[in-house]
Design a protein around this ligand. Structure first.
Ligand SMILES: NC(=O)c1ccc[n+]([C@@H]2O[C@H](COP(=O)([O-])OP(=O)(O)OC[C@H]3O[C@@H](n4cnc5c(N)ncnc54)[C@H](O)[C@@H]3O)[C@@H](O)[C@H]2O)c1
Length: 357
């Protein structure tokens, strides 16, 4: 069988995880072209990974190459353009999270995927973590009962990445769209992908981006440089309600006055509760509250990126169903839009269904 020919658009930080995933399947995949608007960077990247061709324009790459699969790893404002160019150029696409700047862009991307008949997978890597895989089994086995509430936190005390992440024109928003998206999607996935119906949220920007603690987890400031402006929130919190009665409380920060970073999804069901931190279960046995600790390491692991990329390649050739669809990505953008709108207006915001296409 011919190898799957892959291209990568955007050769920054996260693209190395995608490349690692493709390089882990050398018998099935060839990365033949890479693209970045930064010529020096893309040249060095192509050399580092022995990729035969590099480009600074994704339209040119799609015109000259015959790619089966493309990873879109640009900053958020370029996701839509790069994804649509890759889909129209005949490739299946794995687009990093967040899918787009907003739901309107996401709908456009989804429509092009439908029209071209190509796969559009969204980079919800948390769906491929060891924690997600085990908790999904708990849910499938009925251990959890009916899941009715989740508390999702992704809090950094001094973790503003700055640069384009802090500039709304490139990112679309702050920790909510960057970090919150991971745990909102994971909560929704573990709860069986219910449809969101409304959101009530708040956002703040009191600390901003220029705090450094010198700790291991800090992105030492000042971060807002190279012409980017800090125009996003530093903290967001929201309640999201879903059509099956499930609800979700999410909190995300770049900078917050807390003791340490926290990143977890706690899921509460009628029979048990669990959190993604090692997947300990809290339940009732013989009328008594008990905590059950599963064997081994069950936290999120970075090999999830390899599983995500392998699953994308398999889905692109029809060997398995896509586990993070363009519909899922669009629902997430609808939730994020509603939270930002609610924070702006002070009112609960209804979430309309995604378009029938
Ligand atoms: N899944 C995860 O856990 C995870 C982690 C980090 C980042 N991300 C996502 O990955 C994406 C990239 O983040 P990053 O940390 O790698 O950022 P980065 O700044 O390191 O890299 C982004 C790259 O995209 C390039 N780029 C921008 N516009 C382009 C265009 N039109 N054509 C070609 N290249 C273009 C930039 O030059 C840059 O090299 C973001 O959407 C981010 O949210 C996901």
């Amino acid at each position: 069988m011919d190898k799957v020919k892959v291209g990568i658009i955007g050769t920054g930080g996260i693209s190395h995880c995608h490349m690692g995933g493709y390089k882990a399947m050398p018998e099935r995949v060839d990365v033949v072209a890479v693209c970045d608007i930064d010529e020096e960077k893309v040249k060095a990247y192509a050399e580092q990974y022995n990729v035969p061709r590099w480009y600074t324009d994704y339209n040119e790459m799609m015109a000259k190459e015959e790619l089966d699969c493309v990873s879109v790893c640009t900053w958020n404002s370029a996701h839509k353009g790069a994804t649509i160019a890759a889909l129209r150029g005949g490739a299946n696409v794995l687009c990093e999270k967040p899918m787009a700047m907003n739901a309107e862009e996401a709908e456009e991307m989804r429509a092009v995927a439908k029209e071209t008949g190509k796969l559009l997978q969204i980079g919800f890597v948390r769906r491929f973590g060891r924690d997600a895989e085990l908790i999904s089994k708990y849910c499938a086995d009925g251990v959890m009962g009916d899941v009715y509430y989740a508390k999702a936190t992704y809090l950094r005390k001094d973790g503003c990445p700055g640069g384009w992440f802090g500039d709304k024109a490139y990112s679309g928003g702050g920790p909510l769209i960057d970090l919150g998206v991971h745990v909102i999607d994971l909560s929704r996935y573990l709860a069986g992908n219910p449809k969101p119906v409304s959101a009530f949220g708040v956002t703040y920007n009191h600390i901003g981006c220029n705090r450094a603690s010198g700790s291991e987890t800090a992105w030492d400031g000042p971060q807002q440089k190279d012409g980017y402006e800090y125009t996003v929130e530093d903290f967001a919190s929201a309640i999201v309600r879903f059509d099956n009665g499930f609800s979700l409380n999410v909190e995300a920060s770049f900078n917050l006055n807390i003791d340490q970073d926290r990143g977890t999804v706690e899921l509460f069901g009628t029979k048990a509760g669990v959190d993604t931190n090692n997947c300990d279960l809290y339940t009732t046995v013989a009328g008594k509250y008990v905590k059950i600790v599963p064997d081994g390491e069950n936290n999120f692991d970075f090999e999830a990126f390899q599983r995500e990329v392998a699953s994308f390649v398999n889905a692109s050739v029809g060997n398995e169903p896509c586990r993070a669809t363009a519909e899922d990505g669009t629902w997430l953008m609808k939730i994020l839009d509603a939270i930002y709108e609610s924070a702006r207006t002070g009112k609960s915001v209804d979430i309309a269904p995604i378009k029938e296409i």
